[in-house]
Write a protein that binds this ligand. Structure first.
Ligand code: ZN
Length: 249
């Protein structure tokens, strides 16, 4: 690792030590390090099943659940959870749907999921929400096409597909938190999907410092106080090591 990178890692650690309310914004680059494909990309596995194919839909729900059980947080998720333990974390705003921040130890109420979650499925008829696990259990018990108890409607995963708008409540809360943090750290997002990608702009506008850790360019790189082009796990592990040693002295 070059000394220039070391310097930037140190700058990020210093910003964290001097901050009270850190908002972390995460994207697909976080999850790919846990072996999860980018679900929402056009043509991705989860978007291409025709709604009239009930067996495929059932299969998809089961595989979703299995995958959720199998995938594990990576060092970047644990580094963010450490921010929480240090009392620095205001919240995580994520474009990911895999629930890995919670699995790493960030409390549910501190994770704002802009694109929904694989933990839930929604009735297409009345909008009632069910735990994916419960519906998957019905499929495993032999129900070929589970339907809504209330209206008989079909289920769809409670994630936002490419091109769909963000949920209003989450988007508003994310904007509010972005505007009131003193440090925003973007990790593993190319900030290509708007309006989600406005969050770091709101933070910067409101006077917060901005760190962007992502392999590859983002449209707002020039606004970043520190810019690191490195994998999320590697960079964040080093950052947190540095933070802890600074706090210990
Ligand atoms: Zn229903």
């Amino acid at each position: 690792m070059g000394s220039e990178l070391e310097e930037r890692i140190d700058e990020v650690a210093e910003l964290i030590v001097n901050s009270k309310r850190v908002v972390v914004f995460t994207g697909a680059g976080m999850s790919t390090e846990s072996g999860i494909p980018d679900f929402r990309s056009p043509g991705g596995t989860w978007t291409r099943v025709k709604p009239d194919d009930s067996k495929k839909r059932a299969w998809r729900m089961l595989s979703m659940l299995r995958m959720m059980e199998l995938v594990q947080p990576n060092p970047a998720h644990y580094a963010i959870a450490e921010l929480e333990k240090l009392g620095k974390l205001d919240c995580v705003i994520t474009q990911n749907v895999d629930g890995l921040h919670q699995k790493a130890g960030v409390p549910e109420e501190k994770v704002i999921e802009l694109h929904g979650s694989l933990k839930w499925v929604k009735c297409l008829g009345c909008g009632r929400r069910y735990a994916t696990e419960e519906i998957a259990r019905r499929i495993e018990q032999g129900v070929e096409e589970p339907t809504c108890d209330d209206c008989g409607g079909m289920f769809k995963s409670a994630t936002i597909s490419f091109g769909e708008p963000m949920p209003v409540k989450e988007a508003k809360e994310a904007e509010r938190r972005s505007r009131s943090c003193d440090l925003m750290i973007v990790i593993g997002s190319s900030l290509a999907v708007f309006p989600a990608a406005w969050m770091p702009v709101y933070a910067k506008e409101s006077g917060a410092k901005l760190v962007i850790i992502n392999v590859g360019d983002t449209p707002i790189d020039r606004h970043a106080d520190v810019r690191i082009s490195e994998s999320a796990g590697k960079a964040m592990s080093k950052v947190m090591e540095r933070v802890k040693s600074k706090l210990a002295t």
